[in-house]
Design a binder for this molecule. Structure first.
Ligand code: PMV
Length: 315
């Protein structure tokens, strides 16, 4: 049988991480860094699932895939069976687990076709969310939605709205390589809010306002591209990075990224759960500053990728 190839975009949260867990708006973007999956059915009742980016291959029996599919589409409570699936995905990001799921869907939907209907995309998104529940505990749903739909999404209270027009915006994604647990960080934010509600709730409200402000700027930028928007976007990055430190999800490695990029006139913030993990740096069209910043970040032991926002979803 013919192998099938599928890919899903990575995601970054521009603004609203953590606050989104409390019903505030988050602005999430699909990145032009994709995870590819190949599936190759064979005659011996097995299916080879290959994720070339991370060098993982699993050879699953077809009946096992069918059982998983039944669980995914039928009974969301059956988490034990999902854990089996999580066995191969614990090392993967949302995009990767989504891709795996979509692959299963693609393969098992019999009609091996490219392009899905709205309903099918919804289904893929829901399955990916269940995969996330196994891996992360209580996810907001932002990761799987961006990996499914792509583009730029405003995500709030489990609902997302796609921005109609997306400006060209380049981002440097830096992996500090400091590992952290999203689950533990989300729990620590909860503790802080319970301990100091009058202090923390205004910070969450401010993060919400930042997401909305950034959305307006991106929309204006998409309609009439201009350099004048960069200082505003950069200032929003700076303010939010301070807020994220206030709610306790900063890390010295992230401070380092901000400091190093600032020496090159660039502005950064953490993205996602914080406590290490990744940071994003807003890039202006001038490529000279970027190369120098990259070199300094690499010298700190960080790994960087230059990318842009608004990539297509799963395809
Ligand atoms: O670290 P990531 O990329 O999985 O993002 C976590 C984002 C949080 O807002 C902290 C949690 C969530 O589920 O939205």
């Amino acid at each position: 049988a013919k192998p099938l190839t599928l890919s899903a975009p990575g995601k970054a949260i521009l603004h609203g991480e953590h606050a989104v867990v409390y019903g505030k708006a988050a602005l999430a973007v699909a990145l032009n860094l994709r995870t590819f999956l190949r599936i190759k059915p064979s005659n011996n009742g097995k299916v080879l699932i290959h994720l070339p980016n991370i060098g993982t291959s699993v050879n699953w029996e077809t009946f096992r895939l069918r059982t998983l599919l039944t669980v995914f589409s039928g009974n969301p409570e059956q988490m034990d069976a999902l854990k089996e699936f999580a066995g191969i995905t614990t090392e993967l990001s949302a995009a990767e687990s989504l891709g795996t799921l979509a692959f299963l869907y693609l393969y098992l939907s019999i009609s091996a076709k490219y392009g899905w209907s709205e309903e099918e995309m919804d289904l893929i998104n829901r399955w990916a969310f269940r995969g996330e529940q196994v891996i992360h505990g209580k996810p907001s749903g932002v990761d799987n939605s961006v990996a499914t739909w792509g583009g730029v999404l405003r995500f709030q209270s489990g609902k997302f709205t796609s921005l109609k027009r997306v400006p060209t915006l380049r981002i440097l994604l830096t992996n500090t390589k400091v590992s952290r647990s999203t689950k533990i960080l989300v729990a620590s934010v909860k503790d802080k809010i319970l301990k100091f509600p009058a202090i923390m709730n205004p910070v969450l409200a401010s993060i919400d306002a930042i997401s909305h402000e950034c959305e307006s700027v991106l929309e204006a930028m998409a309609v009439s591209p201009s350099q004048e928007y960069y200082p505003v976007l950069e200032e929003l990055f700076d303010i939010n990075q301070h807020h994220l430190n206030v709610i306790g999800v900063g890390h010295s490695s992230l401070d380092n990224v901000c400091r190093v990029t600032a020496t090159h006139g660039l502005h950064s913030k953490l993205t996602g759960a914080g406590g290490g993990g990744c940071a994003i740096t807003l890039l202006r069209p001038d490529p000279l500053m970027v190369e120098a910043a990259r070199q300094d970040l690499s010298a700190c032991g960080f790994e960087c990728w230059e990318t842009s926002i608004g990539a297509p979803g799963i395809c």
